[in-house]
Design a protein around this ligand. Structure first.
Ligand code: TYD
Length: 212
């Protein structure tokens, strides 16, 4: 079934636990694209749009929200992120920009399935295409939690036990989608940010982000 899912050329996603450094890597990849004069667009989920802004409020734990509602909000945010005319992921990919997203539907499959029914989460995300490339920044839970403890702002999912379960989910996801046409790249996220960026670039550079 999953083999039939649409794959978006020019679309690349970074995923990992909280504190794994996906945001840093998205920024470093953007810098590199700029230097190499590759047209690119860096984006993230939750987005900065109205639904993403609402999600951020819930993530800060300012008021309670049902887990199913969070699943639907993430999906609504993603729908707009993907389909907004001219500025959405799809439109930008079609224009030939390399779109780099810090998190995408794999985050929903990893995080929301902990408190919600897995079929419900899958269904809410079943209409979204896959990216051509998925980069998983692999950092042990203990290291992520150590990094998070140094941050001033905290969010509801940043607990050790929760992150350990998210990691298990990510492993399942990487195995499940290994043969569905996406290129899945796992990088060691414990070395310096510069070294990780270099590894990511080596895997990306010189290889057009298109299907064969
Ligand atoms: P992120 O912006 O990466 O974290 P930070 O604020 O530390 O930079 O992501 C915010 C949180 O949202 C993170 O815990 C992962 C979670 N999330 C989901 O649970 N489901 C989703 O679909 C997405 C995109 C994010």
């Amino acid at each position: 079934m999953e083999q039939l899912r649409e794959i978006l050329d020019n679309f690349m996603v970074l995923e990992g636990l909280d504190g794994s450094g996906t945001t840093t890597q998205a920024g470093l990849l953007a810098d590199r694209c700029k230097r190499e004069r590759i047209p690119y667009h860096v984006t993230s989920e939750p987005t900065t749009g109205p639904v993403g802004t609402l999600i951020r409020r819930f993530l800060r734990g300012e008021e309670p929200v049902h887990p199913d509602t969070m699943t639907l909000l993430f999906a609504a945010d993603r729908s707009e992120h993907l389909n907004a005319p001219e500025v959405g992921i799809r439109a930008r990919c079609e224009l030939g920009e390399l779109v780099i997203s810090d998190r995408y539907l794999f985050s929903s499959l990893a995080y929301q399935t902990i408190a919600c029914d897995s079929d419900f989460v899958q269904a809410a995300n079943s209409h979204f295409p896959f990216p051509r490339r998925l980069v998983y920044v692999d950092v042990p839970v203990e290291e992520c939690v150590r990094r998070l403890a140094q941050r001033t702002h905290r969010e509801i999912y940043e607990l050790v036990d929760f992150q350990a379960r998210v990691q298990e989910r990510y492993e399942e996801i990487l195995a499940t989608y290994a043969d569905c046409g996406m290129e899945i790249i796992r990088v060691d996220g414990t070395v310096s940010a510069g070294e990780i960026a270099e590894m990511v670039w080596k895997m990306v550079a010189g290889r057009p982000i298109r299907g064969v």
